[in-house]
Design a binder for this molecule. Structure first.
Ligand code: AGP
Length: 612
C-alpha cells in the first residue's frame, strides 16, 4: 500500500519522480506528493487526488534539484488531505520523509517530541518519525545521515518502508525497511529507489532488494547497505525480468481490460517448460522436493488473501478431486494468529500475486516457525514471499497493474491445476488420464481466446443490468470459488452488493434477497448436478428475480428459464474454472464502466496490501 519513489543523480528529479508516481499509483491514490532538495532547501509539493493533479501543479513548481523523494498515499492515519499527504517535513524543514506502513508507537513518540517543543501539522504517524529524526540530528550534529536515521528507527515499533531527505546531505537519500518492500535500482551515475519494480524498470534492470531490518545510504555513484544494528550486508544483485511495455496500456482504455485480454499469454507462460516428457504430468523446477517426499505428503495447507484465496479454494477442489490429497485452506490473516495444529507431513503453500501481502507473509512465517516446509506461488520475482519461502513456483503472468486481479487469478488457477495433475500422477492417476489432463491444459490458451470473443456480447448484457443493486453469484462444487471471485470483482469495481453462494445454499437464507431488483448469475458449466441447478433457477424465477446463466450445455432450453445466457466452450474439469470465470471478469468490468467508475483505481483499495 502506498508507493515510494526516490532519485539521486545528475538529472532533474521532478520529472523522474512524477513518472515513477504514475507507475506506482495502483498502490494508493488518495493523494500524492514529492520533495526535492534545491540549493540547500527542501521544496515540497502535495495534492489530494490522483497523480495527475500533482503533475499539473508541478508545471509551476520551478525547482531543479537532482535529488528527491515522492509518495502516493493510501490513508491509514488521518483523513485524505494535503496536510496528511507525504512527504512529511520535520518541524523546521531539515528533513523530509515518505513512509509506507504504520508506526504503532507514534503517540508516545509524539508526546515526547511535543515536550521538546516540536510542532505537528498533520494527523499522521509519519510526522512523528520526521521529527524524531530531526531530534536526533539536533542532539548530535556530527552524526552521519545514516546514523541519525538509524538511531531514530531503534525507537520505532511497527512497520515501515521509508525514504528520507536531509537539507544538509546534498547527495544522499536514506532508505530503510521493516515489513514494507523497497528496492534500489542501480544506474549509471544515478540511483533510484522505489517500493515497487514497476517504477524502476524503465531506468535500470539491476536492482538490490532491501531485507527487513536493513538501512541503506544512497548516493549518485555508490550505495551501502547495513543492518539496523550496524552489521554489514553482502549485496545481492538481481536482474529485473520486467519489460517497460508491461506497464503500458497497449491501446486498451484500462489495465483491467488489457489484463483480461492478456490471459492466454499469461497462462501459456505459467505452463512453459513445465510438462514432463511423456506428456502425462507436470514438473516445477522451483519445488525442491524429491519424488519420495512428494509421495509422503499427507495433507496440503494453502494460505492467501482475497482473489488468491479464491484460487486456493479452487485448488482444494481440483487437488482433492484429481490427486485425492486432503487440502485445507485458510485466510492468511486468520491463520497467522490462530495457532493451528499442523501435521509433520503437511506441505504449506502461500499464494500471492504481489508476493508482498503482509497477512500472507505473516502466515508464511507462522508455518515456518512451526517447522513446516513452505512453498510460494507468486507473480513477482524477487518479492519478499518469493525470497522467504523454501521453494515455489513463479507465475510469470507479467506485471498486473489493475487493482482488480484478473490474469494473476487465472494464472494461479493454471498452476494449481498443474499441481493437481502432478500430485495425481504421484498417487493413483493412470497414464492415460494424466495425458488427457495435460492435453486439456495445453489447449487452455486457445480455449481462453474463444471466451475472450464474448466480450461484446457480455457488454450488451451488462447494459441491461448495470443499474441493479443486488447480484448473487451461484456455483456448485468447483464453481463456488468462481462465484466468490465473480462477486468480489463486482464489489471491488462497481461498488454494488454482490455475494458468492454455493447454489444449494440459496434456499437456506439468501433466497430472501430475491426480488425484481436482484440479479442471480448461475455458473452452470458442470454436467453433474445440472438438473438440480435448473430447479434452483426456477426457484429464483418464481420469485421475480432476474437470471443470467453461464453454461456450456445446450441440452436445456436456457432461454425459456433465464433472462440471459452466456455460452462458453465445454472443456476438461481441470480447466473449467478458468473458462467459467472470464465472463464474470468482463461482466464486472463493463458494469463498473457503465456506472462511470475508474475501474483501475477503485475507491478505498490498493493493489498490494502491506498493512494489517
Ligand atoms: C483482487 O482483485 C484484490 N484486489 C485482492 O483481493 C488481492 O487479491 C489480495 O489483496 C491479495 O493480494 P496478493 O495476491 O498480492 O497477495
Amino acid at each position: 500500500m502506498c508507493g515510494i519513489i526516490g532519485y539521486v543523480g545528475r538529472k532533474q528529479a521532478n520529472n523522474i519522480l512524477i513518472d515513477g508516481l504514475k507507475r506506482l499509483e495502483y498502490r494508493g491514490y488518495d493523494s500524492a506528493g514529492l520533495a526535492v532538495l534545491d540549493d540547500g532547501t527542501i521544496c515540497s509539493l502535495k495534492r489530494v487526488g490522483k497523480v495527475r493533479e500533482l503533475e499539473k501543479a508541478q508545471e509551476h513548481f520551478q525547482h531543479n534539484g537532482t535529488i528527491g523523494i515522492g509518495h502516493t498515499r493510501w490513508a491509514t492515519h488521518g483523513i485524505v488531505s494535503e496536510g496528511n499527504a507525504h512527504p512529511h517535513l520535520s518541524d523546521g524543514s531539515h528533513f523530509a520523509i515518505v513512509h509506507n506502513g504504520i508506526i504503532e508507537n507514534y503517540l508516545p513518540i509524539k508526546t515526547f517530541l511535543l515536550g521538546k517543543n516540536y510542532t505537528f501539522y498533520s494527523d499522521t504517524d509519519t510526522e512523528a518519525l520526521a521529527n524524531l529524526i530531526d531530534y536526533h540530528y539536533q542532539k548530535e550534529k556530527n552524526l552521519s545521515f545514516v546514523e541519525i536515521v538509524r538511531k531514530s528507527l531503534l525507537h520505532v515499533e511497527g512497520t515501515y518502508g521509508i525514504a528520507v531527505l536531509g537539507k544538509m546531505f546534498k547527495e544522499e537519500i536514506i532508505v530503510a525497511r521493516k515489513s514494507s518492500p523497497l528496492l534500489i535500482g542501480i544506474g549509471d551515475g544515478e540511483n533510484i529507489i522505489a517500493s515497487d519494480a514497476s517504477a524502476i524498470a524503465r531506468y535500470t534492470k539491476q536492482v538490490v532488494y532491501l531485507n527487513d531490518g536493513e538501512i541503506a545510504s544512497i548516493h549518485p555513484d555508490t550505495f551501502s547497505v547495513t543492518t539496523l544494528y550496524e552489521g554489514l550486508v553482502d549485496t545481492v544483485y538481481h536482474e529485473l525480468d520486467w519489460e517497460i511495455s508491461d506497464v503500458d496500456f497497449k491501446g486498451y482504455p484500462h489495465y483491467m481490460l488489457k489484463e483480461i485480454f492478456e490471459q492466454p499469454a499469461a497462462i501459456e507462460n505459467a505452463m512453459r517448460g513445465r510438462f514432463t516428457q511423456d506428456g502425462s504430468s507436470t514438473k516445477f523446477g522451483g519445488l525442491p522436493l524429491a519424488s519420495q517426499e512428494l509421495c509422503s505428503i499427507e495433507r496440503l495447507l494453502f494460505c492467501a488473501c482475497g482473489t488468491a484465496y479464491h484460487a486456493c479454494l479452487e485448488g482444494k477442489y481440483l487437488i482433492e478431486r484429481y490427486a485425492r490429497i486432503p487440502v485445507d485452506i485458510e485466510h492468511a490473516s486468520e491463520f497467522r494468529y490462530r495457532n493451528a495444529p499442523l501435521g509433520r507431513n503437511t506441505l504449506v503453500f502461500v499464494v500471492s500475486q504481489s508476493g508482498e501481502t503482509i497477512d500472507t507473509l505473516g502466515a508464511l512465517y507462522e508455518a515456518k516457525r512451526k517447522g513446516n516446509l513452505v512453498m510460494g506461488i507468486t507473480n513477482v520475482v524477487g518479492s519478499t514471499i518469493a525470497r522467504a519461502t523454501d521453494g515455489g513456483i513463479y507465475q510469470h503472468a507479467g506485471c498486473e497493474m489493475g487493482v482488480a486481479s484478473t490474469k494473476a487469478f487465472t494464472s494461479q488457477l493454471t498452476i494449481l491445476s498443474m499441481l493437481a495433475l502432478l500430485f495425481g500422477r504421484r498417487r493413483d492417476m493412470d497414464y492415460a488420464t494424466g495425458q488427457q489432463y495435460a492435453h486439456a491444459l495445453r489447449s487452455l490458451p486457445e480455449r481462453v481466446e474463444e471466451v475472450l470473443g464474448l466480450s461484446e456480447e457480455i457488454r450488451l448484457i451488462a447494459e441491461r443490468y448495470y443499474r441493479m443493486e443486488h447480484f448473487l453469484f451461484l456455483g456448485r462444487q468447483g464453481m463456488y470459488p468462481i462465484a466468490l471471485e465473480g462477486a468480489l470483482k463486482l464489489k471491488e469495481i462497481a461498488y454494488v452488493h454482490a455475494e458468492g453462494i454455493p447454489t444449494a445454499e440459496l434456499k437456506h437464507g439468501p433466497i430472501a434477497l430475491i426480488s425484481e431488483g436482484a440479479v442471480s448469475i448461475f455458473i452452470a458449466t458442470q454436467k453433474e448436478l445440472l438438473e438440480k441447478t435448473v430447479s434452483n433457477i426456477q426457484e429464483v424465477r418464481a420469485r421475480g428475480g432476474k437470471v443470467v446463466v453461464i453454461t456450456n450445455d445446450n441440452r436445456i432450453e436456457w432461454k425459456v428459464i433465464s433472462d440471459d445466457v452466456i455460452v462458453v466452450p465445454e472443456v476438461h474439469g481441470g480447466i473449467n474454472p478458468i473458462i467459467s470465470v472470464i465472463p464474470l471478469q468482463f461482466f464486472a468490468y463493463y458494469i463498473g464502466i457503465l456506472r462511470g467508475y475508474d475501474v483501475d483505481r477503485p475507491r478505498n483499495l490498493a493493489k498490494s496490501v502491506t498493512v494489517e
